[in-house]
Design a protein around this ligand. Structure first.
Ligand code: MSK
Length: 633
């Protein structure tokens, strides 16, 4: 396969168009068609002004009917909807983290799951005040898993990881009464508050939205990230490839999709099993090719250099190639459409989690106990399915970009500082990065995250904003489907992407041998960004809100993204959205989230919503320059 320097949006769209043609041959449905069927969307839903939390309604707010049957006004209704949305996202990320803790509890020497980064485990144990001396590493892992699981339901106190934040941030949280307590409690409290007859005061609903978001970012997600590193290894820079052309015509293609690395790690392991490779050859394939979609792609790319076939809105494309023997999924962001779509081809659609059951799939329940056995049987099923492939339906667009991924916090500090990753009790220092920013070589940083959304031309906002920002010497730290958009376009290519940068960022890329867009991982790994911001604050003596750093989710779509937005803002980072979070029906909620005297008074940061992508980029640059001017740099 030829690797291309840069792939344009138009080229990607042409590839998708040719895949949709493939689909037409077999009568396949597509999200593009379903968007047409669903348009126009319900105006009440879009404005957040429909209330269906009790059975007296649904109530819809109009100038003629300004209150629901219970008397709740539009601000209470929009605020409750926003909080429920947040709670859904926080529950989802945090449950992912919980699963990781259960897997950690099952680790054993020589078992399916092992401790691959004992130094990190020991470092966190010291942070949590757990004695490590004289303990077997697995004894320690199990003890830490139990303590971590208690964070979900402990009756008293606040989240352990909050202490990682600068003292000033902790004080703001305390003063605003938004410190998250037990992780599950913040989700339960949110659902209690939004029950009929409880909270309808906008300020109270938004405070709990921040608190529930914080329970995710500084609780469940952080747990998921940190202990995935402990079990599967802390990511280090590794070279890989991205875009639909990573699928191989002559190989068995297994696509892993979802979020929890506990599944994908085992699939990757068994795809390398000599017995499975021999089986693949015996059915006429050259071997087994694993590639990823969505955050699972990020997880296995960062740890094993597994190619990334696509992101959220290209998940159907992998099946449309006609060359996908199996698409194996766990949880979150999986289109139920994959079931009927797979039936149009020879593809096996394999679901593995009781959390994400779907029609038209083969369900192979995956757990830490049976992980090895079941992963092997899934790989075997895919290999045996190769002979069912219809060669006249195979269409793999030749689009592949080179990408360097794997910039965990530890890796960023190391590449920019030369600090060895072997230090047990510290991350090293972010001072070299700060010096680049203070001197103006870099103007600042943008943390770009989140999904695709058909409301935005897919990947366009991610890619065009990134190009604009790097041309202005602003470094990008990215995760989730935003990361794959960058990788597909060639913006993580360490050799060529620097050509798109301003002179300062180009120099940094050359000196550190990094791409200008740093891949920091999956959705839960936005917690890594929170720790990076905290370290920058501590190393500089500045508050997080003073740093020339902003967050951005230009194409977001999920409840998780709203939870993320809330914890990023609550951490003191101004956040820019390209899609409205169903709040425009309430001026009071909009003022609280985006005004000068709402959340900004509590946590020193707020939201900006701008659907014009060009303007969104200008606003981010303007905000970064304002922060620089305020610091006199
Ligand atoms: S997978 S939440 S579409 S980033 Fe994490 Fe992508 Fe958004 Fe899912």
């Amino acid at each position: 396969m030829d690797q291309e320097r840069f792939v344009t949006i138009e080229e990607m769209e042409a590839a998708t168009a040719s895949l949709l043609e493939n689909g037409k041959k077999v009568g396949a449905d597509s999200w593009q068609q379903r968007v047409k069927n669903q348009t126009p969307h319900c105006g009440f839903g879009e404005a957040g002004t429909c209330c269906r939390i009790c059975a007296m309604g649904p109530c819809r707010i109009t100038p003629k009917s300004p209150r629901g049957i219970c008397g709740c006004d539009v601000h209470g209704i929009v605020g409750r909807n926003f909080l429920k949305f947040t709670a859904g996202g926080a529950a989802t990320h945090s449950d992912h983290g919980r699963e990781i803790m259960h897997t950690l509890h099952q680790t054993k020497e020589g078992g399916n799951y092992q401790v691959k980064d004992p130094e990190k485990l020991i470092r966190i144990a010291h942070e949590w005040g757990v004695e490590t001396e004289g303990k077997d590493i697995y004894e320690l892992a199990h003890e830490m898993a139990e303590i971590g699981l208690m964070e979900y339901g402990k009756p008293f106190g606040v989240q352990r990881f909050l202490k990682r934040a600068p003292e000033h941030t902790q004080e703001l949280w305390h003063k605003a009464e938004i410190e998250p307590r037990a992780i599950d409690r913040e989700v339960a409290t949110a659902l209690h508050m939004t029950h009929m007859g409880c909270s309808s005061l906008p300020e109270a609903l938004i405070r709990q939205s921040l608190r529930s978001g914080l329970s995710d970012g500084w609780g469940g997600s952080m747990m998921g990230t940190e202990f995935s590193d402990v079990m599967f290894g802390t990511p280090k820079p590794v070279d890989t490839t991205a875009n639909i052309g990573v699928m191989e015509k002559d190989m068995v293609n297994i696509v892993v999709h979802g979020h929890d690395p506990s599944l994908s790690e085992m699939i990757v392991y068994y795809a390398n099993d000599p017995e499975m490779i021999a089986l693949a050859k015996s059915v006429g394939a050259k071997g087994i090719n694993i590639c990823g979609v969505c955050c699972t792609a990020n997880e296995v790319a960062m740890r094993h250099g597994i190619p990334m076939a696509g992101n959220f809105l290209t998940q159907e494309n992998v099946v449309l190639t006609g060359a996908c023997e199996a698409i194996v999924v766990d949880v979150q962001c999986i289109f139920p459409a994959l079931g009927p779509l797979s039936k149009c081809f020879h593809t096996k659609f394999v679901t593995t989690s009781p959390i994400a059951r779907m029609p038209d799939s083969e369900f192979i329940r995956f757990s830490a106990d049976n992980a090895g056995e079941n992963a092997k049987s899934i790989v075997k099923m895919a290999v045996e399915n190769f002979t069912n492939r219809k060669t006249d339906l195979v269409n793999i667009p030749n689009q592949v970009s080179h990408a360097r991924v794997g910039y965990s916090l530890e890796a960023i500090v190391k590449v920019l500082d030369g600090v060895a990753n072997s230090q047990v009790d510290t991350f090293g220092t972010t001072k070299p990065l700060l010096e680049c920013v203070t001197s103006g070589v870099l103007r600042g940083a943008v943390a770009m995250v989140g999904c695709n959304n058909p409301k935005v031309r897919p990947d366009y906002a991610h890619i065009e904003l990134m190009k604009k920002l790097i041309a202005n010497d602003i470094i990008l730290i990215v995760s989730g489907c935003s990361a794959q958009a960058a990788a597909k376009a060639g913006l993580m290519d360490p050799v060529h992407a620097k050509e798109l940068c301003g002179a300062g960022l180009k120099r940094v890329c050359e000196l550190a041998n990094i791409p200008p867009v740093l891949h920091m991982g999956s959705c839960v790994d936005i917690s890594r960004m929170m720790i990076l911001a905290s370290e920058l604050s501590k190393d500089s003596g500045l508050n997080i809100s003073q740093l020339p750093v902003v967050g951005c989710a230009p194409e977001w779509m999920s409840e998780k993204a709203v939870s993320i937005g809330n914890y990023v803002v609550a951490t003191g980072i101004d956040t820019f959205l390209g899609v409205d979070p169903y709040v425009k029906g309430s001026s009071e909620i909009c003022d609280l989230l985006t005004g000068e005297h709402g959340v900004k008074d509590w946590v020193e940061a707020n939201y900006t919503v701008e659907t014009d992508i060009e303007k969104l980029g200008d606003l981010m640059i303007e905000r970064i320059e304002q922060k620089r001017a305020a610091l006199g740099i």
